[in-house]
Design a protein around this ligand. Structure first.
Ligand SMILES: [Cu+2]
Length: 197
């Protein structure tokens, strides 16, 4: 058996997230040059604690539009789409966008023909660089840390998954990792997320 891990760079923020991602405003604080994009937060920590990305990757990410960040399409195992939505705070109140420094939950759905045979799992080993603190479900690639909480993923009766106990401790660029598996092969799905101030 082999585990095929595809790093599929794609979309992020949910369909429901409307505003939010303004243009980051802050001009050019990335460690890449010549961009006028979002501040990804990549220049504020020692290089030993962050993952390595090419200048081209960072520039592309910093220039993603609101619509691109809000996209939910993610091809998984070839023909499925993984998306997330129904963001709620700890009291169950619906939120219009990903919150900062606040516990929240979200619903994950895997759609597409035949895709109900796959299972979604938390990705446990994503934090391969930097400080191994926090949960690995979401990390800040340029800071090398995860979330302060340990999310719990539960399959619901309608086939969707409830991901509870999420919390973004800082704004800017995060990556959100989930594994999709058929029991033999596993594909890692990556969402790029931009959390606003
Ligand atoms: Cu951080």
């Amino acid at each position: 058996m082999f585990v095929r891990i595809s790093l599929m760079m794609s979309a992020l923020l949910l369909v429901f997230i409307s505003v939010g991602c303004g243009n980051g405003g802050e001009n050019n604080n990335n460690n890449n040059t010549n961009t006028q994009g979002r501040n990804l937060g990549c220049n504020s920590v020692a290089s030993t604690t962050k993952e390595t990305f090419s200048e081209a990757d960072l520039e592309k990410l910093s220039k993603m539009t609101d619509a691109e960040f809000q996209k939910t399409e993610l091809t998984v195992m070839g023909a499925c789409t993984l998306s997330y939505g129904e963001i709620k705070d700890a009291t169950g109140k619906a939120l219009s966008k990903l919150p900062l420094q606040e516990d929240f939950s979200m619903v994950l759905k895997l759609t597409g023909e035949g895709c109900d045979k796959y299972e979604i799992k938390l990705a446990e080993d994503t934090l391969s660089v930097g400080k191994k603190t926090g949960a690995a479900t979401a990390i800040m690639p340029c800071h090398g840390h995860g979330m302060p909480t340990g999310p719990v993923l539960t399959k619901q009766s309608d086939g969707s998954y409830l991901l509870e106990g999420m919390k973004f401790s800082m704004p800017e660029w995060w990556r959100f990792y989930l594994d999709v598996t058929d029991g033999t092969n596993t594909e890692r799905a990556i969402f790029n997320i931009y959390v606003d101030f």
